[in-house]
Design a protein around this ligand. Structure first.
Ligand code: 13P
Length: 251
């Protein structure tokens, strides 16, 4: 049985005080949820991480990106080993906003994923098509390329702790969530691809999330689909009480 995994992506929200306040009032709840095999938490801005990393034993605490080198002349970047050093256990890779605004490619994502796995940090690898690609009926083609490039050279063992998030770009921050039929069909497609590219065992283990305008009123539907093991949540993860309410829909 796969765990349910619910992650809030705070994007560029919350200063240190706000992040600490959130985690303090969230940790009891997330510990309770663990007993039901539901892992919940947040991926915070870099600047918050050193102050909230200590909550990693209580909840998911992750970064939203990393650099694949250990150190070097990369002004403004944070390395995977710096994240490891402060005890970070999860890291989002290849979010569509990074692909769009920072020209991140799936090949770069692959380099990041490999170093994170070496560091025992769980990658949350994001894939998904744009509105144009969706309307041209190219969803599966786009996702297949992102999966093939992002997961290149990985082995079954790498999927002991691995999250893939399917986030159609047209559903992010728009209030237009994908139907449960679309979410299930693309997440199943991704699982089948992992079986084909890696192994059946890897495809049974990998956690696949849906993301894009997930709110308290639609979370239950996604969280009870056969191939959707969790959700990646933007806006609705910013308030403690409503995020708890959303995550409780996994039960
Ligand atoms: P929203 O939930 O705000 O649509 O954002 C989704 C997202 O990008 C999570 O990574």
């Amino acid at each position: 049985m796969r765990n349910k995994v619910i992650i809030g992506n705070w994007k560029m929200h919350k200063n240190i005080d706000e992040a600490v306040t959130f985690c303090k009032s969230f940790k009891k709840y997330s510990n309770e949820m663990k007993k039901h095999n539901v892992l919940v938490g947040v991926c915070a801005p870099y600047i918050d991480l050193a102050s909230i990393a200590k909550y990693s034993k209580d909840m998911i605490i992750g970064a939203q990106n990393c650099h694949y080198e250990d150190r070097g002349a990369f002004t403004g970047e944070i390395s995977h080993s710096m994240l490891k050093n402060i005890g970070i256990k999860y890291c989002i890779i290849g979010h569509s906003e990074r692909r769009k605004y920072f020209n991140e490619t799936s090949n770069e994502c692959n380099k990041k994923i490999k170093v994170l796995l070496e560091d025992n940090i769980i990658p949350v690898y994001c894939v998904g098509e744009t509105l144009e690609e969706y309307e041209a009926n190219n969803t599966k083609k786009v996702v297949e390329k992102q999966i093939k490039e992002g997961l290149k050279d990985l082995t079954t063992k790498d999927f002991d702790n691995f999250v893939i998030a399917y986030e159609p770009v047209w559903s992010i921050g728009t209030g237009k969530s994908a139907s449960t039929e679309i979410a299930e069909s693309v997440c199943k497609y991704i699982r089948d691809l992992v079986a084909k590219l890696i192994s059946k065992e890897a495809s049974d283990k990998v956690i696949i999330q849906y993301g894009g305008s997930v709110k308290t009123n639609n979370a239950y539907d996604y969280l009870h689909l056969p191939d959707v093991d969790g959700v990646l949540v933007g806006g609705a993860s910013l308030e403690v009480d409503s995020f708890k309410e959303l995550a409780s829909k996994a039960l």
